[in-house]
Design a binder for this molecule. Sequence first.
Ligand code: ARG
Length: 834
Amino acid sequence: MDAMDTGPRYTPDHELEMAVQFLPASDSKKLEKRKGLGKLTIVLSAVAFAFILSLIIGLLLWHYHLRGEANIKKIYAGSMRLTNQAFVNGYENPNSTEFKDLASQVVSQLNEIYYKEPKLRKNYISSTVQAFSEGSVIAYYLSEFHVPEKDQVEVDRIISSIDKLQGRTGSSSRLLIDAINYSALDSRMVSSTKQSTRYAQHLQPNVASVIESPGFPNYPYPSNTMVQWELRADPGYIIKLEFESFSLEENCKNDFVKVYDSLVAIESRVLNEICGVFSDHLTFHSSGNVMLVTLVTNDVMNFPGFRARATQVPLSTTTCGGILTGNSGTFTSPKYPDFYPQLTQCEWTIRVPQGKFVKVVFDKFRMVEPGQSNSVCQKDYVEIGTRKMCGTSSNLMEASQSNEMTVKFISDSSYVDRGFSATYTAYEPSDPCPLMFLCANKRCIKPVQKCDGWNDCGDSSDEKNCQCGATQVSCKNGFCKPMFWKCDGINDCGDNTDEENCGVCKPDEFTCANDHCVSMKMRCDGQNDCDDGSDEATCGKEAIDVPCTDKTYKCKNNKCVNSLNPECDGVKDCSDGSDEQNCDCGKQYTKSAGRIVGGQDAVDGEWPWQVSLQVRGSHVCGASIISDSWIVTAAHCVQDDTKTRYSQPQTWEAYFGLHTQKDKSKAEKRNLKQVIAHPSYNTYTFDYDMALMELDRPLTFGNKIRPICLPSPSYSFPAGKSVWITGWGATKEGGFAATVLQKAEVRLINETVCNNLMNGLLTSRMMCAGVLTGGVDACQGDSGGPLNSLNAPGGHTFLAGVVSWGDGCARRNKPGIYTTVSKFRGWIKERTGV
Ligand code: ARG
């Protein structure tokens, strides 16, 4: 028996009313028939008996029900158009009589709809109208249900087809409704423990409204909070929301912002869910005159938050598509690089001169949407001929077999993204790539790019049928990959050939951090088989205490844990919690999604620990802040020469929070109290290339001046990991220094491989990072600056290395060499106390 069908349930308001009415009604007849004192006693006892009996039955059923299954609170967000209503100003104000009046009509209509369906009636609690907007009138509401687990799917299904139900409400209803939209509220928003705030704002013409997360920019946003901003524009306008600053936790499961094309959080109207850190274009447009912005946070880790500007802009139908002619040209998705609007359909016809064919290369391509399969592309996509493309890619290209090509772009009603930017060119069918290599997909690449181990064509056709050279690994699948990448922990071949026979352990064995070999089966089995716990270190389980080695992390209480890089990862691994202490470091409060040679301009404030060390007003070296009074640089920066006494503190000026060298007045300046070069620094080999500098006056930290985290001696930076280099050094070998701080992404390179490439000049205090094809590297003037390594779980940046030396700059197969900071952790502590 289904307990839900018979018994009174636990305290839903409307049911309580039904129960209260039911009992006296059945007894009242008897009451009226029986008169006199004796009768009254009988009647009273009967009533009491009936009351007690029903109480017992109720309690039993309630008990039975509770034992049977727990109800889950589900809230559905919905909107519907009231076609026979006209919008009046009072509908914007929930306290007005007009609002209350219409809201109660909507609620009773909803009640009517839900009561028609037994599965809904039984689980329905109540509905509240959240807002109205124009057109005729659109009502936005939340309906609460308490649904037993087993009925969830069914209730979801009924709710999603609710517009069929409403047809059954009959003519008695005064509101004529259509265009019903429904979805279960994002479960992260259904929490009674979250502090919830709602703001409503009607935007003014020509005035931008600023919306900010609570505390921004002075404090991180609060924990366990939900804030909603209901934004409206005048009819005939849409809302443009531009995020000027955005810094949330990296993991959307914890904290996120969701933007809706609605006034309630209907999932089919989400424009996007965002988290992490952005500083480049992050702009959304509504399709109508309303928008909802929500911020939801949980109890772990709070970030600075965001500031956004909302403006109302005239609704102009987005024009896109058209006829493109000539030999070449570019086109983009609507509003690129802003997010494209929802429900877009564009069609471009590209027509090149007779006799030539068309090819289209997508330089940027991003249409990512939850629930969309990149092979089917049923939501937002680009369509050329029969091929549909979606997701994200940096190498997309299509070619035609005639002088015409049609490109379509489609977006649906939810989740928008950046879209694409594309170039089309006409090509000669007989000679598609004059003097270049022709890929199977008709892309043209430089002849040297053929068989260099990189998929330059995008379809790998440049890497097929290659004769591998002496400096290449022959992959079993026929590819050749540069020797450079052998045993770097990354499967470059695709079939893992480049990662075979790398260690002492057999293929079915796990290589422990102490180089012991244990069977793969022993990984994550809860036993410390390696002796150093490394076989249990990355299993997502609790840390275990292990004997201390140079590969294990040592807690403050001198106990060692087996966790890999436990410091500041947001999880307490040491029993004394010391791995999560002193973690106010390495946080980037400004970052772009996205000279140093081959780099790009950093965003102002993106690398707040970066220091510019200057002599007589000119930049000489980089350095990194490690505390309010100490910075780390390279020892080779502080060696005297015939002209300058670089080893003396008074020679230097240090600039903090500097972005462009042209604007030093905006930066903080300090003189130095001491310069400590490592005593073992070797001018010939660059071994021990590290120096410490003490400032004459402590720094005050803010968003643009902050320390980087120092890695413990056991911190592991695996080969293949992507890291960032930053500095104002030369932007090409022998070139000039950069004005604006540059950043570039490089990968850590396996020690043995690197030592071979650098002719054996590496010592155990050096590490290598670079890009094997060349073109990206640190260069003169970057020395002393940071090699930045982000520890993803905690979102903290660690100082992996200090820019030290290289063979020229950015040459092919010549990585940059960095001083390994973890090797100097003890020395730094000893000399600075940090
Ligand atoms: N020694 C150089 C300096 O003083 C930095 C060289 C880094 N070179 C390189 N190719 N990564 O600025």
